[in-house]
Design a protein around this ligand. Structure first.
Ligand SMILES: *Cc1c(COP(=O)(O)O)cnc(C)c1O
Length: 339
C-alpha cells in the first residue's frame, strides 16, 4: 500500500458550486467543463456528481479525454473542444451521438460534414485561439451549439468583453443554442449568458472574484508523516541548509513535494495544521518531501497525517501561479478521496 499524500475532494462542494453558477447563469442552461481530468480532481467523479446535480452539457479538450470518461450518464452530452482530426474519426464515431466535436477550422467542418451528425462550432470573436471566423461554411449541417470564448472575462471592465459580445451577436446563428461564458463570463452578467454557460474553475473552488466568497473550497491536501526528528538550535533542515533552527525544533518530514504539484514557492508561505495549531513549512520543498515545524503542535507520531494549508486562491496569489495551473498540476501520486 502506497504511503502517499492524499487529496480530500468534496463532491458536495462541487455540486453546491454548480448550483451557485447555475443560479448566476439566470435563464441560461449551465454546463460544466471537466477537461484535464476534471481540473485535476478526477473527470469521472466530477461528471457523475454534476450530472446528479442537474448538469447535462459537459466539455473535455480531446477525444482521448472523452474516451477515458466512459459512457455518458442518461441525458448527458459531451463536447470535445479541440474538434476532430482524421486520426480521431473512428474513435469519435464509436463513442456515439452523445459525444460530438466543437468544430474550429474549415478542415474540421469538411471532415465532420461527412458523418451527417450534429456538431458544436466555435467562433473566434477576438481571442485568436481556436475557432472559425463566421458560420458561412456550415450550410446544411446540424449545429447544436454555437460557441465563442472570452479573452478577458476575469477583468470585468476590459473593453474586450463588450467587443467580443458585439462580435458574437453579429455572427449569423445557424445553431439551436449559443454559448459564450466561462466561470468569469457568468459573473459579467446576463448579456453574456446566451443559452448555455460553460463554467469550469468555479466548480472546483477557484474562479471569479465577484463570486469568490460564495464558492466553496473543494480540495484539501493531507500528507503523512514519514519521520519525526528533534533538531537542535543551530542545525539546518533540507537542501541548501536554508532553514536553521533558532530553537530546539520538532520536525515532521512528510510525503509531499513539488512532484505532487505542491509549489516550491510554498517554502515562503506554506504551513500545515494540527488540531488548529499552525505548523510552518521549513526549508525547501523537495521533489517528494516537505518539512514542517511541529514543535508547538500536540504530540504526533510517525504515520499521522498533517492537514496542509492549500487554499487554491491564496496559494495562486502567493506563488504567482494561476489557480488553473495549481489544480491541474496536482500529480498522479495522490490518493483522491471523495467525501
Ligand atoms: C476551459 C474552458 C471553459 C471553462 O473555463 P473556466 O475559466 O474554467 O470557467 C469554458 N470554455 C472553454 C472554451 C474552455 O476552453
Amino acid at each position: 500500500m502506497a504511503f502517499a499524500a492524499r487529496l480530500l475532494i468534496s463532491l458536495e462542494a462541487v455540486a453546491a458550486n454548480w448550483r451557485l453558477l447555475a443560479a448566476a447563469s439566470g435563464r441560461a442552461t449551465t454546463g460544466a467543463a471537466i477537461k484535464a481530468d476534471g481540473y485535476g480532481l478526477g473527470a469521472r467523479p466530477m461528471l457523475d456528481t454534476l450530472a446528479k446535480a442537474g448538469a447535462r452539457d459537459f466539455f473535455v479538450a480531446s477525444w482521448a479525454e472523452a474516451a477515458a470518461l466512459g459512457a455518458m450518464p442518461a441525458g448527458a452530452r459531451l463536447a470535445v473542444l479541440h474538434g476532430i482530426t482524421p486520426a480521431e474519426m473512428a474513435t469519435a464515431q464509436a463513442l456515439g451521438p452523445d459525444v460530438r466535436p466543437v468544430l474550429n477550422t474549415p478542415a474540421q467542418v469538411a471532415l465532420w460534414r461527412q458523418t451527417g451528425r450534429p456538431a458544436d462550432v466555435m467562433i473566434d470573436t477576438g481571442i485568436n485561439r481556436l475557432g472559425l471566423a463566421d458560420t458561412a461554411l456550415l450550410q446544411g449541417m446540424t449545429i447544436d451549439t454555437l460557441h465563442s470564448h472570452l479573452a478577458c472575462a476575469e477583468t470585468p471592465a476590459h473593453a474586450m468583453n463588450r467587443a467580443q459580445l458585439a462580435a458574437f451577436h453579429a455572427v449569423p446563428n445557424p445553431a439551436r443554442r449559443r454559448a459564450l461564458a466561462n466561470s468569469a463570463g457568468i459573473a459579467l452578467g446576463p448579456d453574456w449568458h446566451f443559452d448555455l454557460t460553460r463554467p469550469g474553475i468555479g466548480l472546483y473552488g477557484g474562479g471569479p472574484s465577484a463570486m469568490r466568497d460564495r464558492l466553496l473550497p473543494v480540495v484539501a491536501i493531507e500528507a503523512p508523516i514519514l519521520q519525526l526528528r528533534d533538531v537542535p538550535a543551530g542545525a539546518s533542515v533540507g537542501y541548501g541548509a536554508s532553514f536553521i533552527a533558532a530553537r530546539p525544533t520538532r520536525v515532521a518530514i512528510t510525503a509531499l513535494g513539488y512532484a505532487d504539484g505542491y509549489p516550491r514557492a510554498m517554502a515562503t508561505f506554506g504551513s500545515a495544521r494540527v488540531a488548529g495549531v499552525a505548523c510552518p513549512l521549513i526549508g525547501r520543498v523537495s521533489m517528494d518531501l516537505t518539512a514542517f515545524d511541529v514543535t508547538d503542535a500536540p504530540p504526533l507520531a510517525e504515520g499521522d497525517w498533517l492537514s496542509v494549508d492549500f487554499d487554491v486562491g491564496a496559494a495562486a496569489a502567493q506563488c504567482n501561479r494561476a489557480e488553473y495551473e495549481l489544480l491541474t498540476g496536482l500529480g498522479r501520486r495522490y490518493a483522491r478521496v471523495y467525501t
